[in-house]
Design a protein around this ligand. Structure first.
Ligand code: ZN
Length: 254
C-alpha cells in the first residue's frame, strides 16, 4: 500500500475512533499509527484530535532513533523531546505524540501493521477500579474471544513516554513467551487499551468489541457478579475452525 493510501486510511480510522457517540476518546486523547514498511511509520502528532484530524495531524517517523531511545529509559523530558524532534522524516512535520515510543514497540515487536490507542469510558470504568485488569482475564461471551483474542496483555500504570514503552515491551515479550503469539489487545491499567491489527479495519473492530465487552462487564457487576465462561470453553472457542473462519471474515468486513 502506498504511503498516501495508508495516510488516507489512518485519517478514516482516527475519525471512526474519535466519534463522539462512541465515547472512546475526546479532545486530544488517543492515537493511531501504521507501518510504512521502509523503516518508517506514521503516528499522530502531539495535540491533534482523533475526531477532526487531517493529513497534517500525522508525522512520519524513523523507527531507529525511537527504538534506540528505549535503551535509555531514564532520560529527562528535554532529551525525550529531542528524540521526538530528531526522529521526524520531514522536520517540517509536527512533533509526534509522546506515545510514539509505545507505537514503535507494537509495530516492531508486536507484529502489528496498524495500532490504535484510546481511553474508552467503558474500559476505564474497570481499569481505573480496584479490580484493574482482572475482569478481562476471563470471558463472558464467545465473540470477544474471536475478535480480541483468548488472552490480553496487561501493563501496570507507568508515566506515559519512554518508561511506559519499556514496561509495555516487557509485557509483549512475556506474552509471546507464554502464548507463542503477539497480543491483539494490551490493557494499560489506569490509562487505556492499545489494539494491534494487521489492517485498519481490524483495529477498529477489536476496539469496538473491547468496548462492548467492558460495557457488558459493567452491567454484570451492577447486578452481582459476571457469569464467566470456564477456561475450557474459552480455549475451545479459540481453537474451533469455524471461529477461525469467522475471525478472518470479520477482519475483511469493510
Ligand atoms: Zn493514552
Amino acid at each position: 500500500m502506498k504511503p498516501v493510501e495508508i495516510l488516507k486510511r489512518l485519517i478514516r480510522l482516527s475519525h471512526e475512533l474519535g466519534r463522539e457517540d462512541r465515547r472512546l476518546a475526546i479532545l486530544g486523547e488517543g492515537n493511531v499509527s501504521a507501518d510504512l514498511g521502509d523503516g518508517t511509520f506514521y503516528v499522530k502528532a502531539s495535540g491533534s484530535q482523533l475526531a477532526t484530524i487531517e493529513a497534517t495531524g500525522f508525522t512520519r517517523v524513523n523507527f531507529a532513533p525511537v527504538l534506540e531511545a528505549l535503551n535509555h529509559p531514564d532520560q529527562i523530558d528535554e532529551a525525550v523531546r529531542n528524540v521526538l524532534e530528531a526522529c521526524r522524516v520531514d522536520q517540517q512535520n509536527k512533533l509526534p505524540s509522546v506515545e510514539t515510543f509505545l507505537h514503535a514497540i507494537c509495530l516492531k515487536e508486536g507484529g502489528a501493521k496498524w495500532v490504535g490507542h484510546t481511553h474508552p469510558v467503558s474500559v476505564l470504568g474497570i481499569l481505573c477500579s480496584q479490580l484493574g485488569a482482572e475482569p478481562f482475564r476471563r470471558h463472558v461471551f464467545p465473540d470477544q474471544i474471536v475478535v480480541c483474542g483468548r488472552h490480553l496483555a496487561v501493563v501496570p500504570y507507568v508515566d506515559p513516554g519512554i518508561r511506559l514503552a519499556v514496561a509495555l515491551r516487557r509485557s509483549v515479550r512475556r506474552f509471546q513467551v507464554e502464548h507463542g503469539v503477539a497480543p491483539k489487545v494490551i490493557l494499560m491499567v489506569n490509562h487505556g487499551p492499545v489494539v494491534l491489527g494487521q489492517t485498519d479495519r481490524e483495529v477498529l473492530n477489536t476496539m469496538l468489541m473491547l468496548d462492548k465487552w467492558a460495557s457488558v462487564l459493567l452491567g454484570n457487576y451492577s447486578v452481582g457478579e459476571p457469569r464467566f465462561l470456564d477456561g475450557k470453553n474459552s480455549d475451545r472457542i479459540e481453537s474451533r475452525p469455524d471461529e477461525h473462519y469467522r475471525r478472518r471474515a470479520i477482519g475483511k468486513l469493510r
